[in-house]
Ligand binder design. Structure first.
Ligand SMILES: Nc1ncnc2c1ncn2[C@@H]1O[C@H](COP(=O)(O)OP(=O)(O)OP(=O)(O)O)[C@@H](O)[C@H]1O
Length: 312
């Protein structure tokens, strides 16, 4: 399962957590695969941190399971060497230098003290390893967080908002660093509430809203959902609109048909090809079909704000 360089899968099944009347996580299921960086996305309060805490056995689920390589965290033979995590980015002792901070965590985890210098080297933080963390910039803090998560040389890494506050250069660095970890066969789950911060960093995404899954899949699949609508110009627009509302194409029906102005309609839920085929079947003229592209950020906002939307 681990220690031999093999991949370790994280599986969340029907996970629910209620805190009194607040349902933080609701029937959530997803899988985090080894060898790729998976983004765990959703707005503030969507339940990301609670889910990560349940994977780490820090919060007891109301129902459902979270397993790492098939076992709950508490049943792992070497839990802290299997999963490296940093959930709280403000946990530095301000008077400690970075090296001391790492040494404290190294002792707590029972890792050899050599690991401190190894992660300092790996993260390229040698130049500020002997400075007090009090004056650290966000970028320095994020690197020290990552260094802490890597101390146990774990096959699974759970990172809560590692891109938070990084500048574009920092994000570029994070991307290549996390990719390197995934290329070693590690399982990397990275949470964020800002898609644009992790868009370039992650291969797979799990999108949550109010504790529920709204989309999962590859970034390419999320991108393909980015075609929001098709604008159609047709002299037969009224009849075409009626037909689009009434008929399905290959089992799919338009989710919205709206007349923008005389001769122009906007269609959601069908591709340009499906609309053209339907028009041809009914001998209706189409002069122009224009896919209306939204940015990934717009798709993300739509997914996380509208309960009716989903990619899969
Ligand atoms: N210990 C707790 N007691 C009561 N409510 C809690 C507790 N922990 C989390 N919650 C609530 O559960 C919901 C989900 O919170 P959570 O921190 O998991 O979301 P998140 O997606 O990580 O958001 P953020 O990015 O803001 O951390 C929120 O409504 C939060 O207030």
């Amino acid at each position: 399962m681990s220690g031999d360089g093999g991949g370790v899968r994280v599986e969340v099944r029907d996970l629910t957590k209620r805190f009194g009347s607040v349902t933080a996580v609701n029937g959530l299921s997803f899988t985090v695969e080894p060898g790729v960086v998976t983004g765990f996305l959703g707005p503030n309060g969507a339940g990301k941190t609670t889910t990560m805490r349940m994977i780490l056995g820090l919060v007891t689920p109301t129902s459902g399971t979270a397993t790492i390589g098939g076992r709950p965290y508490a049943d792992l033979p070497h839990p802290s060497r299997t999963v490296g995590a940093v959930l709280d980015s403000s946990s530095f002792h301000p008077g400690h230098v970075a090296r001391d901070h790492l040494a404290v965590y190294c002792r707590m985890g029972g890792y050899p003290l050599d690991r401190v210098d190894e992660v300092i080297h790996q993260l390229g933080i040698g130049e500020f390893a002997d400075r007090r963390t009090r004056g650290f910039s966000t970028g320095m803090r994020q690197r020290l967080n990552l260094a802490t998560a890597l101390l146990g040389d774990a096959r699974v890494l759970l990172l809560d908002e590692p891109s938070n506050g990084l500048d574009p250069e920092g994000i570029a660095w994070l991307r290549s660093f996390l990719k390197g970890l995934a290329d070693q066969g590690r399982t990397v789950l990275v949470s964020s509430h800002v898609l644009s911060e992790v868009e370039q960093v992650v291969d797979e995404v799990v999108v949550v809203r109010r504790g529920e899954l709204v989309a999962s899949g590859t970034m390419a699949e999320l991108s393909s959902a980015a075609t929001a609508a098709v604008v159609v110009r047709s002299p037969d627009d009224e009849r075409l609109a009626e037909t689009l509302r009434a008929e399905s194409v290959q089992g799919t029906r338009a989710t919205s048909v709206e007349r923008l102005e005389a001769g122009t309609i906007r269609v959601e839920g069908l591709t340009t090809a499906q609309i053209a085929d339907l028009a041809a079947d009914h001998r209706l003229r189409v002069h122009e079909l224009t896919p209306e592209r939204s940015t990934l950020e717009q798709v993300f906002l739509r997914l996380t704000s509208d309960p009716r939307e989903s990619v899969r």
